[in-house]
Design a protein around this ligand. Sequence first.
Ligand SMILES: *Cc1c(COP(=O)(O)O)cnc(C)c1O
Length: 395
Amino acid sequence: MTIDSLQFKDLDPGERLLMGPGPSNVPARVLQAMAAPCIGHLDARFLTYMDETQKLLRFLFQTENALTIPVSGTGSAGMETCFVNLVEPGDEVVVCVNGVFGTRMSDIVGRLGGKLTRVDAEWGRAVDPEAVRRAVRNGRPKVLAVVHAETSTGVRQPLDDLAAIARECGALFMVDTVTSLGGIEVALDRIGVDAAYSGTQKCISCPPGLAPVSFSSAAVQAMEKRKTPVVSWYLDMTMVRSYWGEERKYHHTAPINMTYGLREALRLIAEEGLDARFERHRLNHRALVAGLEAMGLAMLAPEAERLPMLNAVRVPEGADDLKVRQSLMRNWNIEIGGGLGALAGKIWRVGLMGHTSRRQSVYLFLSALETVLKAQGLSLRPDALDAAAAVYGST
Ligand SMILES: *Cc1c(COP(=O)(O)O)cnc(C)c1O
């Protein structure tokens, strides 16, 4: 069999402003780091980069957890890693569900033969800790799991009360930090989180491909007490640990250049500082919301429950959801996300994650949306940019 190689042109994806639910824009320094030569996964130089990446991840997660590593795979691989290592058939697991990602967690628990208790909340609202307290009252859950930043709805879940409930009933507290890590505070040790997973392409602003995870000593003990082997060979932490730990025992080949990229993205975060980074996310979020509301648009979540990095805004009456998104892409090179599940066609998901969370993204998006909606015949108040500028305190 032959193939005409000329039919495949040079790669040219162009530049987009990535204001969807991820990936976010990747800084040039991260892309440059990824273009460094590939060396062996047991090369002493690479082992140093691994150690440094772990140190930087512990800083970002605000934890002393020894078992803090990037799993090879996207955020979903991190989700699966946490569940397959901590849940055995028959284990009671309580999952909070107020969007797509909580739903996925429950799906995984079912596949593992866990005894699932779902605590459901309206999509667009945080889960009420009292409902969780009622759900655990009569059981002995091994794990209580929740999504910190529900990317499908833009809702921020407060963690302190849920952590206290997990402590009281002796459950491990598992948190999805895929969208929160690097954008709002994720302080594992202070809050009392036992298992957390994340992804590289949201507020860390590295391409997708690695899933940072962290396990407390209580979680590691639970793994050591398992009666059955972990059903996934690839994601079994007892084996992966020996490669990232002192033994350096081969398990699978680490994604070398992805690790370079993550290390550089984390170095950028350390240079900026966590507080400055979170403040930047808050400020750009406030400016965006001020602009959208000045235009006459409404946010899905109540103010106190909104995430700064994922803004769910209601599609206004008279606008064509798909055509708006297509026009933003074609004419402005801006990607945003549509709604999922019951919220399909009802909301837009506007990301201000990591490197994308900048003043110019906010101004450009507001200008673009205003223009596109006007072209669809909507009459809008023309004050969006002024309202955003007022939040920044200058033009
Ligand atoms: C994106 C996301 C995931 C899944 O991550 P992938 O990298 O797409 O596999 C899981 N949970 C949340 C909250 C997310 O936003």
